[in-house]
Design a protein around this ligand. Structure first.
Ligand code: FAD
Length: 321
C-alpha cells in the first residue's frame, strides 16, 4: 500500500530492541506501520510491537530463522515485499539489519539508503535525510526506482512512543529450500554486562584521554556512573589505548546515545565523538582546557583537573544520598 511502512523487528537479549520501537513509532506517524518478526522472541513481543504502532506483524517463529544466518530471512522478506509492496522497509543499522537489507538489495536488485536519520513519504516516494560529517551537514536522498525501498536507520533517530495499540498476526512459514541453510549458527555467547546499558541509560558518564590512565578511569568513572544509576562510556582514544572495551565507545564508529544527562570527563569533543552524544538532553563537561571544543556544546562546563574534581563530586553525591 502507498503509505504502508514495514519495520524489520529485532530481538536481542530476550527483548525487542529499542531501535525497532523507535522505527515503528516513526513509521506509524508517517503512515501505516507493520512489522516483520522472525526467529525466537519473548511471548509479549507481538503485543510490544503493537503497542508501539504496528497494526500487523508478519511472524515467523520457525527455529530455522535462529539456526541459520540471514539467507532464510532474506528469502522470506523478499517474498513478502514482492507480494505486499509496502512504500518502504526500515532496518536498524545493526549487524542483522545490515545483513538482511544488503541481501535483499542484491536479491531484488533494489537500492538501500544507509545511515538514515529521518525520512518522509513524498508523492509515493521516500525522502531520507542523512546526517554527514558528524551531523554538520544533512544530505537528502530519494529512490529512483519504484521497487522495494530499503532504509537503514541510525539508532536514536526517533523517540519511541507507547501508544497502546495492538497488532494482528499473519504467520509466515520458513522456506524449505536446503540451499538457504548454508551458514549455521553453532553457538551463541552472551557477554555478561553489568549495570545499565549505554543505549537505554538515562545518565551516562564518559571518560577520555584526559583521565591519563586506565587505572584513573576505572577508579573514577564507574563509581560516579553507579551513584547516578547510569552507564559508562568512553572515547575511541581510550578504547584504542586498551583502557576499556569497544562496547563502551560512544561516537561515529561506536554507540549513539541520547541520555537525559551526559557527563564528559577529560574528553576534547572531537566531531566523531560528538556525533554519538550531541543529542543528549543535558551535557556536562569537565576539562582542564577552557578552549576544549566540548564546552561549545555543554550546558554546564567545569574547567579543572578531573583527578581533583571527580573525587569531590563523588563524595558530595554520596553525602547527599
Ligand atoms: P583527546 O582528544 O586527546 O582529548 C583529551 C582531553 O582531555 C583534552 O581536551 C584535554 O584538554 C583534556 N584533559 C587533559 N588533562 C585533563 C585533566 N587533568 N582533567 C580534565 N581534562 C583533561 N572518537 C570517539 O570518541 N568515538 C568515535 O566513534 C570515533 N570515531 C572516529 C572515526 C574516525 C574515522 C576517526 C578518524 C576518528 C574517530 N574518533 C572517534 C577519534 C576522535 O577523532 C578523537 O581522536 C577522540 O574522540 C579523542 O578522544 P579524547 O577526547 O579522549 O582525547
Amino acid at each position: 500500500m502507498a503509505d504502508t511502512i514495514w519495520v524489520y523487528a529485532e530481538v536481542v537479549g530476550g527483548a525487542v530492541t529499542p531501535t525497532t520501537l523507535e522505527m515503528l513509532t516513526k513509521a506509524a506517524e508517517v503512515g501505516t506501520a507493520e512489522a516483520v518478526l522472525l526467529g525466537s522472541a519473548p511471548a509479549d513481543a507481538v503485543a510490544t510491537l503493537g503497542a508501539y504502532g504496528a497494526s500487523k506483524v508478519y511472524r515467523g517463529d520457525d527455529p530455522t530463522f535462529d539456526s541459520y544466518l540471514m539467507l532464510p530471512a532474506i528469502e522470506v522478506v523478499a517474498s513478502l515485499l514482492q507480494a505486499h509492496q509496502p512504500a518502504a522497509m526500515l532496518f536498524a543499522s545493526s549487524y542483522a539489519g545490515r545483513d538482511v537489507a544488503a541481501g535483499l538489495s542484491a536479491k531484488l536488485d533494489c537500492g538501500a539508503i544507509t545511515d538514515v536519520g529521518d525520512f518522509q513519504l513524498s508523492d509515493g516516494n521516500v525522502k531520507a535525510t542523512i546526517p554527514a560529517l558528524g551531523g554538520s551537514y544533512l544530505a537528502t536522498s530519494t529512490f529512483t526506482h519504484a521497487g522495494p525501498r530499503l532504509l537503514l536507520v541510525r539508532p536514536k533517530s526517533f523517540e519511541p512512543k507507547h501508544t497502546g495499540g495492538s497488532a494482528v498476526v499473519e504467520a509466515v512459514p520458513a522456506p524449505a529450500d536446503a540451499a538457504l541453510r548454508k551458514v549455521q549458527v553453532v553457538d551463541r555467547v552472551d557477554v555478561p554486562v553489568e549495570g545499565p546499558q549505554l543505549d537505554a541509560a538515562r545518565a551516562i558518564v564518559s571518560g577520555g584521554r584526559g583521565l591519563k590512565s586506565g587505572e584513573a578511569f576505572h577508579a573514577l568513572i564507574p563509581p560516579l556512573a553507579e551513584l547516578l544509576g547510569g552507564a559508562v562510556g568512553a572515547t575511541r582514544a581510550i578504547v584504542d589505548a586498551g583502557w576499556v572495551p569497544y562496547a563502551m565507545q560512544v561516537g561515529q564508529t561506536g554507540k549513539t546515545v541520547k541520555p537525559d544527562v551526559y557527563i564528559a570527563v577529560g574528553i576534547s569533543g572531537a566531531i566523531q565523538h560528538l556525533a554519538g552524544m550531541k543529542q543528549s538532553k543535558a551535557i556536562i563537561a569537565i576539562n582542564s582546557d577552557p578552549l576544549a571544543p566540548i564546552f561549545q556544546l555543554s550546558d554546564l562546563g567545569i574547567v579543572g583537573d578531573a583527578a581533583q574534581i571527580l573525587p569531590l563530586l563523588i563524595d558530595e553525591i554520596r553525602e547527599r544520598k
